[in-house]
Design a protein around this ligand. Sequence first.
Ligand SMILES: Nc1nc2c(c(=O)[nH]1)N[C@@H](CN(C=O)c1ccc(C(=O)N[C@@H](CCC(=O)O)C(=O)O)cc1)CN2
Ligand SMILES: NCC(=O)N[C@@H]1O[C@H](COP(=O)([O-])[O-])[C@@H](O)[C@H]1O
Length: 290
Amino acid sequence: MSSTIETRVYSSMNAHNPLERPRLCRFSTRNLSFPRQSLEKAWLASELAMEKPRNRGTGFKCRNCAPGAGTSAIRRKKLAVFVSGGGSNFRSVHEASIGGLVHGDVAVLVTDKPGCGGADYARANGIPVILFPKTKSSAEGLSPIDLITTLRNFKVDFILLAGYLKLIPAELVQAYPKSILNIHPSLLPAFGGKGFYGLKVHRAVIASGARYSGPTVHFVDENFDTGRILAQRVVPVLANDNAEELAARVLHEEHQVYVEVVSALCEDRIIWREDGVPLIRSREDPKVYT
Ligand SMILES: Nc1nc2c(c(=O)[nH]1)N[C@@H](CN(C=O)c1ccc(C(=O)N[C@@H](CCC(=O)O)C(=O)O)cc1)CN2
Ligand SMILES: NCC(=O)N[C@@H]1O[C@H](COP(=O)([O-])[O-])[C@@H](O)[C@H]1O
């Protein structure tokens, strides 16, 4: 069996231009820590995504559209989720998608750790897994431009970072304006930025004497954790908390708030205030924003 997979990569602008000659990409399957089939599946799904857009019924009937707008079908969105670890937030969003709480589908999982729990969950659920970024140790990873092309081929609308530990490059941020979210386990802008991830965040919160903490969902810009804040939840920091206990309390809230935010995102209920602050329009009462 060849140790190379060749596939076509179209420019992100003309994915369907029959006249465009696609670039030939070769992916070595040697030393792949995840089965060759995953990569083939990713490219096959990518090809299928280009040729046969999935038709998932007539679309979502919006019960709470602005008065006079009547019911209008809202297109079901396509999501890419980026993980580096266990993937419990990814799992929460995926389960909400299957359960009907999120009007979207996870089209692809992107990771820098192909052996992580999130990647295992994706493979077990038939979701293509893509390795990003390309590094010295993982030559099979995609370059930013190839990742963008692949996401376009999957028709991805929104990117959700969920415990992804690498800096998203400016090219990707610019290719998906106001369309990349991240969940961070502290009340930003406190305890964010380079070096603040996982238990390190909770250790810093406890050491600071802060009495409250909680998750922040924010839009992603070119820097770590400086994008516009969209949602937060608050939990108490107890006097005898250790980092693991606080992490578990915050993570429970993360699973709730990320599903609520992604649900709003997929139902086009995010609006931008004139000062640039994003707000979520209530599904129950369109006059209420949080
Ligand atoms: N362009 C952006 N990329 C990413 C953002 C972002 O807001 N903008 N958020 C992070 C997620 N994150 C916090 O929510 C975060 C992740 C990782 C780090 C960090 O310091 N990473 C280390 C490397 C860790 C590793 O590879 O094991 C580092 O860069 O030195 C800070 C914050 C995801 N990307
Ligand atoms: N700064 C980024 C960061 O620390 N993200 C955090 O990593 C964990 C991933 O858990 P999960 O893999 O079970 O979703 C979550 O607590 C998330 O907030």
